[in-house]
Write a protein that binds this ligand. Sequence first.
Ligand code: FE2
Length: 139
Amino acid sequence: METALEALLNRLLEAERAGHALLDTLSRTTTESGLKSLFTSFTEVEVSDVSILEGLIRLHGGTPSTATGDFVQKVLQISDLQGQIDLLSRGQAWVARTVEQALDLQPPPDIAAFLKEMANRHRHNVEWARAEAIRTLEQ
Ligand SMILES: [Fe+2]
């Protein structure tokens, strides 16, 4: 596997692993039911992204990173929910942009197909998180 592609896929893998840990924490600590279900549904998706990325990296001869990104601490350091959701939303946008960079490297078709789906889903999540935050915080 090309080194630059492996590096980007591993950054995405570490970010998804952090995303999972973070959403897992948020879904347990949030009492508002709408947000709780939002966080829980994101958590399930992050788990499957982690295992698919690991599998694709390995399948193409790379070595999946075992590290977790530092995103969890960054978000949990913020004391208000609005600020946390904003950062979460920016994290989703970062994933979408990083996926575009990986696609520019013209990865094999199976990796490209997964990355396109992943980018679209994360862009969708950005909007969903914003809308949900507005709805929740306006109540
Ligand atoms: Fe994610």
